[in-house]
Design a protein around this ligand. Structure first.
Ligand SMILES: Cc1cc2nc3c(=O)[nH]c(=O)nc-3n(C[C@H](O)[C@H](O)[C@H](O)COP(=O)(O)OP(=O)(O)OC[C@H]3O[C@@H](n4cnc5c(N)ncnc54)[C@H](O)[C@@H]3O)c2cc1C
Length: 472
């Protein structure tokens, strides 16, 4: 058959769907919703890749994975080589295959997507990463010989993990300082088990140990030791990847009532402190019966879907714009709807109402309509007069965004920050201080896993160029 005919046949194959847990069962458990591809389905999906000579999908990936390369190896059944190919660019393939917004990144650029459905790049990445873990193979990228030059990474989230791995491959002596007792950042304390099992994050972080990276947990930099201390201890360069972990609360009357909390606290108690397994784990958690979540991003979806799994009778998402403007991944919105979450769109909270003991009992909201585009390029929501109504609620979860945490930056005032407290860097992560680099949410504000990883990778390249002066 001619190559043209073969290509035509390939585009005719519809995109292979991933099996999922039934919505009416999964909304009562914390087990993973997506069940992955089988080998046959993975191979069939890999067949759909056109192996473009100029692959646009690679440009769409912030860490520029050789996507046609790893997919070709799946087609050939060489899964080990496939995952090794990915790991040359990204040491968190099982994570990224699960939570990356591929629809706006690699898959968003896939040529097939112009007329048909794009190749399921994320599902294929997940397939080979899972294959490696299930077969207990654990490949590790190669490292240059140790040069004994020390560099410190602050924060064991996606940005810090990637920066550490890239520098370790260059032969540097890397130590990561992490505030919590577990690594992964938002991957472990934010994203719930039903989207990203913690065991998978832990396995992928193990690659750092294989790369001889030292990890020091329970080290809050700025509190236990400072950036100055790190320089004094002989670290020649420092990368700051501490994320944006301070929640923003809606400032309306009643914001301080009992039962009004942040999604950060709620999800951290559930995920990191295993509050969903109370009393086996002794983390108390506010179990609302009528839970209302404010926001339209992934954080809002995760909080709402967790509340349902914890036994809430009714869970409502209140979002001031329309469905099309929701920043959450389409898949997460779809899953939340399937699981029975009530979406009150074009609705904005006005006040929270409490009983005489100060417990929240209702939320007053107003209907909105969409007007002109605002500075973010989205239609501005405008209140509709006399459209107020009330929602019965005993737990309100704020999921309207995060700011940077000033704990570290306040103890090192020389670092240049913007008005939101984010560290200012150039495109390569260089700050205003020689030897100090930063990347991820602490620079951009809340963004995505892969954009944080891209920033970690770019900073590692710049740090390598800076550190070369110390090699004898
Ligand atoms: C609930 C939720 C769901 C999300 N869902 C998605 C999704 O589906 N897809 C997606 O792409 N993105 C998602 N995101 C966004 C994504 O997780 C973040 O953009 C990404 O984790 C940022 O990585 P980071 O390394 O910059 O920071 P983080 O992941 O926040 O990691 C920072 C690390 O630094 C540590 N730290 C902080 N301060 C200090 C200190 N002073 N000393 C030492 N260590 C410190 C923290 O404990 C943490 O481990 C979600 C975010 C949340 C909150």
């Amino acid at each position: 058959m001619s190559e043209v005919k073969k290509k035509k046949r390939r585009v005719d194959i519809p995109r292979n769907k991933m099996l999922e847990q039934n919505p009416n069962l999964r909304n009562k458990n914390f087990k993973e919703v997506n069940l992955g591809y089988t080998e046959d389905i993975a191979k069939a999906e890999a067949e759909r890749c056109l192996q473009c000579a100029r692959p646009l999908c690679v440009d769409g990936c912030p860490v520029n994975i050789d996507i046609p390369g790893f997919i070709k190896l799946i087609k050939e059944g060489n899964y080990r080589a496939s995952v090794e190919r990915i790991k040359d660019f990204n040491i968190l393939p099982a994570v990224c295959g699960r939570v990356c917004p591929q629809e706006v990144q690699c898959e968003g650029k896939c040529v097939l997507g112009k007329k048909f459905e794009p190749v399921a790049i994320g599902h294929l990445e997940r397939y080979v990463a899972d294959w490696e873990r299930e077969n207990k193979i654990f490949s590790c990228p190669e490292c240059k010989a140790q040069n004994n030059i020390k560099a410190a990474i602050i924060g064991l989230g996606p940005a810090g993990i990637t920066c550490a791995a890239e520098l370790a491959k260059e032969g540097y002596d890397i130590t990561i300082f992490e505030a919590f007792h577990e690594g992964g950042g938002v991957l472990v304390y934010g994203i719930p088990e039903f989207r990203l099992p913690k065991e998978i994050v832990a396995t992928e972080i193990n690659t750092l140990e294989m790369l001889n990276v030292n990890i020091r947990y329970n080290m809050v930099i700025g509190k236990i030791i400072t950036i100055e201390d790190l320089f004094n201890k002989g670290y020649k360069s420092i990368f700051i990847g501490i994320g944006a972990g301070t929640p923003i609360f809606l400032r309306v009357p009643g914001a301080n009532l009992k039962g009004v909390i942040s999604a950060n606290e709620y999800l951290t108690r559930i995920n990191l402190m295993k509050g969903y397994d109370f009393p086996n784990y002794k983390t108390p958690i506010n179990l609302g019966k009528f839970v209302t979540v404010i926001g339209g991003g992934n954080v809002a979806m995760d909080a709402a879907r967790s509340a349902l799994r914890l036994g809430a009778e009714k869970v409502t998402i209140v979002y001031r714009r329309a469905l099309e403007q929701m920043p959450a991944r389409k898949e997460e919105i779809h899953h939340a709807q399937e699981e029975g979450i009530d979406f009150k769109l074009l609705t904005n909270p006005l006040q929270f109402i409490g009983d005489i003991s100060g417990n929240v009992i209702e939320m007053e909201v107003i209907k909105m309509e969409l007007g002109e585009l605002d500075a973010s390029g989205r239609a501005r929501p405008i209140p509709i007069e006399n459209s107020e109504f009330r929602i019965r609620t005993d737990l309100i979860i704020n999921a309207i965004g995060n700011n940077s945490n000033p704990l570290l930056t306040s103890t090192y005032p020389k670092l240049e920050l913007n008005k939101w407290g984010n560290i200012i860097t150039d495109d390569n992560g260089k700050t205003n201080i020689d030897g100090i680099y930063a990347g991820g949410d602490i620079v951009t504000g809340s963004a995505t896993v892969i954009s944080a990883m891209g920033a970690g990778r770019r900073a590692a390249k710049a740090m390598n160029e800076y550190l070369i002066q110390f090699i004898e």
